[in-house]
Structures are given as C-alpha cells and as structure tokens.
Design a protein around this ligand. Structure first.
Ligand SMILES: [Zn+2]
Length: 261
C-alpha cells in the first residue's frame, strides 16, 4: 500500500489518539497506530529480548516475540512506540524485565512504559471507566482490564495512579518476599508495606500452594498484618490477593480513609 498522508511528527499519545478520532477504549488499535506513524510490526523469535525497534528516519520496524498474551503483546508494541517517540536513532532491545515494570532506576525504560500506559489507557477514558467501579477490588480490575484489553498488572498500576482510589496500594510478592509496590499518591510514606508475607495470610498460601485459587472478595484484616508502623494496630484495612503468572502474587489493599488524612 502506498502511503499518501504525511507521517505525523507529533507522536504524543494524546495527539495520536485525537488525530485518529479514537474516543472509545476498544478503538485503540496499537498496530493501526504504529502503521499511522510509519512503523511496521514483525513477529519473530528474538535471541535475548521480548521486543525491539529498529529503523531510521520515518520508517521503523518493531519486532515482537510471538505467542505471548495479547494484552502483553499490545503493551510491548506500545512500549516500543515509546522508544520510537523518545529515543529514535538508537536500537533498543527490551527484555521482558524491561517492559511494564515502570523501573525506578532506568529512565529510558520507564519513559517507554509511561508512553505505553498513556497510549493504551488514556486518562480521560480510563478515569471515566474507573468511576464506574466504586471500590478498588479484583472485580473492578477485571472489568477495567477487559475494557482496555490490557494486562491486570499494567491496569492495576494505572488504577492506583488514577487518583480515583485514594486509599489503594498494590503489592507484588515473589518467593523471595516483596518485589515492589505502588501506592496512591496521597498515602503517607510511613505506610510502607512489610517485606515478608505473614505465613497464615491468603497471599502466602496463593504463592506457595499451586492448588489455591484467587481470593474471591476483599477481606477485612488488621493493618498490622501488612505494616510495622506503630499506629497500624489501630486500623482495619481490606486485602484481596490474586496470582500473576511469571510475577508472583499481587495484593490489593484498601486503607482506612483515616490512615490517609
Ligand atoms: Zn524498552
């Protein structure tokens, strides 16, 4: 096909979505957006990375490893478009540990992740969807990630960052303990979750027992199960944990509103 329109030079997610007249989450077709900016997608085996972008001038090629979850693949493509927008001229090869982790130390990867989130889950549409779900729980997460066709991890990070759930924290644990966590903006830093899961917690069982299933509904628990803070014993919070293949177990906490004031 011969391209007639000039390739847009402004690659900001907001500009691209407006240029393409996208007003619904289901219309965010990341391959069509890539094509629009002169980038083709190739699915091929890559030696030591999950996705990469090469190219020069206005033509690029994103290579992605085939056979992954569709939501993961969409995020990887959007992440590579982020490199195209910010780091063009550099060949970037991204390992699975570089994509979707919102690295606090690697600014290049973090910028690409932020771009991907802004493209796939633009704030106005995303916040509108979040407001349909009063409480932050697994049911809401499943609904929002289905609406945007994004992974549960990427969607939950965005929900925590949305300011719609001011008492929300997500914590990811692996076999070795806490891997990372994300708190809503207004939560004071002294509500910093413990490194280790309590051996009687639901999350611990989920992590170590392959037969256990995701927690069906949020449960009340004393805050000192999750925090060492001197004041934790005064409060009750809710917890709900679910398994994420390849990642571990993620727990959604909702703090008592009084903890956030
Ligand atoms: Zn990358």
């Amino acid at each position: 096909m011969t391209r007639i329109d000039p390739i847009p030079t402004n690659l900001s997610p907001d500009f691209l979505l407006r240029s393409l007249g996208i007003t619904e989450p289901r219309d965010i077709d990341v391959e069509a957006i890539a094509y629009y900016v002169g980038v083709r997608i190739k699915r091929r085996c890559l030696k030591c990375c999950e996705a990469m972008i090469t190219g020069r001038g206005n033509k690029g090629i994103i290579s992605v490893v085939p056979g992954g979850m569709p939501q993961r693949e969409r995020f990887s493509i959007a992440h590579e478009l982020g490199h195209w927008a910010f780091h063009r001229g550099v060949t970037v090869a991204c390992r699975s540990t570089d994509i979707g982790k919102f690295s606090k130390t690697n600014q290049v990867e973090r910028a690409a992740d932020q771009y991907a989130a802004d493209l796939l889950m633009p704030w106005p549409l995303f916040k509108a969807e979040c407001r349909e779900h009063r409480r932050l729980d697994l049911k809401a997460l499943k609904a929002v990630s289905a609406a945007f066709n994004t992974s549960q991890t990427a969607t939950l990070i965005r929900m925590i960052d949305s300011d719609v759930y001011p008492t929300g924290i997500m914590i990811c644990h692996g076999i070795g303990g806490r891997k990372w966590h994300q708190s809503a903006r207004g939560i004071p830093g002294y509500w910093f979750p413990k490194a280790d899961l309590h051996s009687e917690s639901f999350a611990f069982d989920l992590l170590h027992n392959p037969d256990s299933r995701d927690e069906g509904f949020p449960r009340k628990i004393d805050a000192d199960a999750w925090f060492d803070n001197w004041a934790a014993g005064q409060y009750q919070i809710t917890e709900q944990s679910f398994r994420v293949p390849g990642e571990g177990v993620i727990t959604i906490l909702n703090l008592d509103p009084k903890m956030v004031r």
